[in-house]
Design a protein around this ligand. Structure first.
Ligand code: NAD
Length: 357
């Protein structure tokens, strides 16, 4: 098949981890006889440096034309001054909104080879396999912001339609899994959460009668994710709660560096990125873990290009490489031998080629 993929390396470790995912996509294309045009563009701080704009028109135009967008990460201290006029984070929010990708899927599974990489006890995390569906284009991140000399305000708004559409994504996903949705809110305090609870409950009951729904307060969810993570299947949540809880959940898998995400809208086009940021503390050292980005490329093949077999092949190759003992520094035991970003990527490409030979 033919596909146009916009490739936005971004800032910090972003370009390094994306380069590895690009090699995996190139190998996938070669092995499967596909033609992927992998078109790079400036985004985030790197685009601010050149164009004074984190999301230049040419980048947005490419993303709009593309079948899918692969993104590394954006941001860093260089662009983070409190009085900065343009911020990389604004460009990311704008891109998500422009592409209409309102549902952010973040699967969390504990690979058996990494059970000792997590700070949580192995018997608690064995068999963990859940997916977050985080609302991505509404809520407090997108509400009106005001600042005076003496106070500041961020407005959180959700419409019925916004809650309905993301709940449907969670319902459909649960149907293909263990048929359980946990909807997370703060309905004891927030009006938006009371609406969230009502609408999510109505949509699941009316359209997904085969799916079991439980409601959970966000503070309790933060605790249960660590106490009994195996019990979760699909977790549905609004934007900010999802942002925070998915970083917490990443510790079950051992590192932020291994978790992928897919951001989807009404059509097939999606935005795919690891859940981590630009990691300025390790940028330029060649030690970042590329697995989260490589697994994001697998999600891209699955959700935007419909290439399930190819997606599975990448996921299997990652598993084989971890089983064989390759570890970047973030998932290595103290004192153990580690590989760099490029070596990890090359090992995954080699495993992919080996499996198809
Ligand atoms: P971060 O995710 O960049 O880093 C948190 C910690 O995890 C750091 O110690 C880092 O070294 C480590 N880490 C992250 N990814 C890793 C990888 N692939 N391999 C090994 N270790 C990894 O979060 P932060 O430090 O809070 O934020 C840094 C910058 O990234 C900020 O400017 C922030 O705004 C931005 N950010 C961007 C995104 C995005 O692009 N979607 C998401 C989160 C943060």
């Amino acid at each position: 098949m033919k596909a146009l993929v916009a490739v936005l390396g971004g800032d910090g470790i972003g370009p390094d981890v994306v380069a590895q995912a690009v090699q995996v996509l190139e190998a996938t294309a070669q092995l499967g006889g596909h033609h992927f045009e992998l078109a790079p563009a400036l985004f985030g701080g790197a685009a601010i440096d050149v164009h004074g704009d984190g999301l230049p028109p040419a980048t947005l135009d490419l993303c709009r034309r593309a079948d899918a967008v692969l993104l590394g990460a954006i941001g860093g201290p260089k662009w983070s001054a409190p009085d900065a006029k343009v911020r990389p984070e604004t460009a990311l929010l704008a891109l998500r909104r422009e592409l209409g990708v309102f549902a952010n899927l973040r699967p969390v599974a504990v690979h058996p080879a990494l059970r000792d990489a997590s700070p949580i006890r192995p018997e608690v995390i064995d068999g963990v396999d859940f997916v977050f569906v985080r609302e991505l284009t509404g809520g407090i991140y997108f509400g009106e912001k005001r600042r005076t000399a003496t106070d500041a305000t961020d407005v959180c708004t959700y419409s019925v339609a916004e809650i309905e559409r993301v709940t449907r994504v969670a319902g459909q996903l649960a149907r293909a899994r263990r048929k359980r949705v946990t909807s997370i809110d703060k309905s004891n305090v927030l009006e938006t959460s009371r609406l969230w609870r009502t609408v999510a409950g109505r949509v699941i009951a009316a359209e997904f009668p085969d799916v079991a729904l439980e409601h959970m307060l966000v503070d309790a969810a933060a605790m249960h994710l660590i106490r009994r993570p195996r019990d979760f299947d699909v977790l549905l949540t609004e934007n900010m709660f999802g942002d925070i809880l998915t970083d917490e959940a990443s510790m079950l898998a051992g590192s932020l560096g291994v978790l992928p995400s897919a951001s989807l809208g009404e059509g097939r086009r999606g935005l795919y990125e690891p859940i981590h940021g630009s990691a300025p503390d390790i940028a330029g050292r060649g030690i970042a873990n590329p697995i989260g980005t490589i697994l994001s490329a697998a999600l891209l093949l699955r959700h935007s290009l419909g290439l399930e077999r190819e997606a599975l092949a990448i996921e299997t190759a990652v598993g084989r490489v971890l089983d064989a003992g390759a570890r970047t520094a973030d998932i290595a035991a103290p004192g153990a031998k580690t590989v760099g970003t490029g070596e990890m990527g090359a090992a995954i490409v080699a495993a992919l080629r080996h499996a198809s030979s």
